[in-house]
Design a protein around this ligand. Structure first.
Ligand code: SAM
Length: 305
């Protein structure tokens, strides 16, 4: 009897291990929603019928600044575009015409980049660690555009894309959740995943953001004393108590200095860079320096591994 029970227990353990191997553990949410297995080299195509059976929560409402909270407390999706995300949307069609997808990392509900790029005719891989975000994004895509949308929930920077397989990347308000080692690995991986001549656009919260007035001098001090990643903040909810429920404690802000250094060290050529702000915060951010954006290109002459 005891032996029988042992055999049953071993069998159950075997089944659980086999099941965990079948799904990407990172895709499992506390609500038990996970995407089907990838059916393309980039993730699961939005036309996959198994996606129709998954029920995400309702999309949260917009706040007074046209921002929508994420479901996993990774801040807000901004529904307002900026000059860097607008350029990326236009270029995504160019890469699609070359047969290459463009990837948005941390796409959330896709409002400012993935949805307009799909509308323009591009092929987009929308990546986000929260499967529900991607399901809500997919719901907004008309059925006849879904074959050009692929969903991916692998956590950046540990994604399994092939070298030289992507035309462009957009990382908008997501890099600032990464610690320096992940940031460095991420930029190195993006360089490898990009086709020669491909590009990456990054925008990030800057240390000149109006809620970080008390942190700016610390940032400058760290940079001037040789800290290559001076923007790490471990008590972000103290700086932003009004949104404490919606943001993580850790944030890694930066301006062009650390970003340009690492991008150039990896081999990128910088094409465009600069600060930007949003109209609703003009009174607090008159110079438009709350965010920093950059576009960098992998030289055409580089050979793919
Ligand atoms: C602040 S929202 C930004 C949404 C959108 N890109 C925008 O510009 O408004 C950050 C998003 O990044 C996702 N995210 C956070 N860390 C991630 C990671 N390591 N890999 C992929 N997505 C991540 C979160 O789930 C969230 O949806």
């Amino acid at each position: 009897m005891l032996n029988n029970q042992k055999v049953k227990l071993l069998y159950i353990i075997f089944l659980i291990v086999a099941l965990l191997k079948m799904v990407n553990a990172a895709e499992i949410l506390d609500r038990g929603i996970y995407l089907p297995l990838s059916d393309t080299p980039f993730g699961v195509r939005a036309t996959n019928a198994a996606l129709d059976t998954l029920m995400p929560r309702e999309m949260p409402c917009l706040d007074s600044k046209s921002k929508r909270p994420t479901l996993n407390r990774y801040g807000f999706e901004t529904t307002l575009s900026d000059r860097f995300s607008e350029d990326w949307v236009k270029k995504a069609l160019f890469y699609a015409e070359l047969g290459l997808p463009s990837v948005e990392i941390g796409a959330a509900y896709g409002q400012t980049a993935t949805l307009p790029a799909l509308a323009a005719g591009a092929t987009i891989v929308a990546n986000d660690i929260c499967p529900e975000h991607l399901l809500l994004l997919r719901e907004q895509v008309p059925v006849d555009r879904r074959s050009r949308l692929i969903l991916n929930t692998e956590p950046f920077p540990d994604i399994s894309f092939e070298a030289g397989s992507v035309g462009s990347f957009l990382l908008r308000s997501v890099m600032h959740f990464l610690a320096p080692p992940e940031m460095e690995r991420g930029i190195t991986n993006i360089y490898r995943w990009l086709v020669p001549g491909g590009e990456v656009t990054i925008s990030i919260m800057s240390p000149f953001h109006y809620i970080l007035k008390d942190f700016l001098s610390e940032y400058e001090k760290r940079w001037s004393t040789g800290n290559l990643w001076p923007g790490e903040i471990n008590d972000m909810r103290t700086y932003n108590p009004g949104e404490a429920d919606a943001i993580p404690e850790y944030l890694h802000v930066m301006d062009g200095r650390p970003l340009i250094r690492i991008l150039e060290a990896v081999g990128f050529k910088i094409e465009k860079e600069g600060f930007f702000g949003f109209p609703h915060s003009r009174a607090k951010d008159p110079e438009g320096k709350a965010y920093f954006g950059i576009r960098a290109v992998k030289p055409k002459s580089v050979k793919t591994e």
